[in-house]
Design a binder for this molecule. Structure first.
Ligand SMILES: N[C@@H](CCC(=O)N[C@@H](CS)C(=O)NCC(=O)O)C(=O)O
Length: 212
């Protein structure tokens, strides 16, 4: 049986999402560390983004497609709710994360973790205008998980796997960390799911170790 390979830097939130799916499913995989736009990545993804997957003859890019493959190609616990409405709600949140929410969070965390000014300081002209939107998204997510502790359905699904890695970075930054703490339901959602073995097994190295 071919080993499933996930190719990408472990610090990437999208790489961690697909690793979480493998861990939750109980699928053995090999993580091959590679940067975006490296040869190993471009061989599979014409857009150069990570993660990409190789499993025998199957190659895939886009974390959504990769997690669907992991969920459907292997036995083990389902990573989606069984009912039609709840499954659609999970899809709704994955789409909303990818189209609306994560791009703001990625821009905000990137501006914090990778200072672009020549003296190495943070560019407030990038960060400050993003803060109101970061806050709104955090409040919306808190409201969504407040009753069930999940984005959809009543167990940890692909939607939660898409959100958790980004929450970890938001918690580590002064402004967004304060916002998450203040959004009590989201803070307790994070604490609850960060006890999962899949979460512990996928802890990435620090962002500072990311090859530039
Ligand atoms: N929609 C893609 C997003 C992947 C993505 O943006 N990955 C980042 C790393 S976290 C990347 O490769 N960035 C390189 C670039 O922006 O060109 C997915 O879900 O896989």
């Amino acid at each position: 049986m071919d080993t499933l390979e996930i190719i990408g830097a472990p610090q990437s939130v999208f790489v961690r999402t697909v690793r979480l799916a493998c861990e939750e499913k109980g699928v053995a995989y090999r993580l091959i560390s590679a940067n975006p736009h490296s040869q190993a990545v471009l061989a599979i993804n014409p857009f150069g983004r990570i993660p990409v997957l190789r499993h025998g003859d199957v190659t895939l890019f886009e974390s959504r497609a990769i997690t669907t493959y992991v969920d459907q190609a292997f036995g083990g616990p389902a990573l989606r709710p069984s009912g039609a409405a709840e499954c659609a709600r999970m899809e709704q949140w994955i789409s909303a994360l990818n189209a609306e929410i994560l791009p703001t969070f990625v821009a905000y965390t990137r501006a914090n973790y990778r200072p672009t000014l020549s003296d190495g300081s943070l560019d407030r002209t990038v960060i400050d205008p993003l803060l109101p939107k970061v806050r709104r998204h955090i409040e919306l997510l808190a409201e969504t998980v407040s009753t069930t502790h999940h984005l959809a359905g009543s167990h940890f699904t692909l939607a939660d796997m898409g959100l958790m890695p980004m929450l970890a970075y938001l918690r580590g930054l002064p402004e967004s960390g304060g916002m998450v703490l203040g959004a009590r339901a989201l803070a307790s959602y994070f604490e609850r799911h960060s006890l999962r073995p899949s979460w512990i097994a996928t802890e990435p190295p620090p962002m500072s170790e990311l090859a530039r």
